[in-house]
Design a protein around this ligand. Structure first.
Ligand code: ZN
Ligand code: ZN
Length: 181
């Protein structure tokens, strides 16, 4: 499990997932998150002890997972809120490279450049309809300012708010992440 930040819509059920994995599946899950103390404190405070999971807080080089295959994770800090740290990451998975924003109100030039020069083939970006100064999420207007038209088909919008529709996003040339139910 890759954790980008500790807002409740992202880690609210993390304790349950670990319990389920540990007690029912008899499997010790691995959690990836750059800030070891923070996630340990959070989990300890909800009764999840450190022997129930493995924690990896470094960038991950070339892991070979039986189910996933070869992957690496490269975390980078993103701008989201002032109260807690938030990270996006570049994942290499079986030869293909993508960027996942987590919750973030911007995309760094480094990431945009990598998209333009082909080092990243896909971006998953937190996108919202509301557009105001100090927004914790990235408005569609800012996303349009950041990504030139010819690269928009490589951008997948997610974490949408109530003020945006899939049509608004597709109309501007981006994709919307499908939710599997
Ligand atoms: Zn969120
Ligand atoms: Zn958040």
């Amino acid at each position: 499990m890759v954790i980008t930040h500790t807002h409740p819509d992202h880690v609210g059920s993390l304790g349950d997932v670990i319990f389920y994995s540990y007690y029912i599946l008899k499997h010790k899950p691995t959690i990836f998150f750059p800030q070891k103390e923070l996630i340990e404190k959070f989990l300890t405070s909800i009764g999840v002890s450190t022997e129930m999971y493995n924690l990896n807080s470094n960038n991950v080089e070339a892991i070979n997972d039986m189910k996933l295959g070869d992957f690496s994770i490269d975390f980078m800090p993103v701008s989201h809120v002032d109260t807690i740290p938030a990270y996006g990451f570049i994942m290499k998975l079986n030869g293909s490279v993508f960027y996942y924003s987590g919750d973030a109100n911007g995309i760094s030039n480094t990431i945009v450049d990598k998209l333009k020069n082909g080092h990243i083939c896909r971006i998953y970006q937190d996108t919202c309809g509301l557009d105001y100064e100090g927004n914790a999420h990235l408005s569609l207007r800012k996303l349009c300012d950041t990504i030139p038209h010819e690269f928009r088909n490589k951008v997948y919008c997610m974490h949408l708010d109530k003020n945006i529709t899939a049509e608004d996003i597709k109309h501007n040339g981006f994709n919307v992440v499908d939710i599997y139910k």
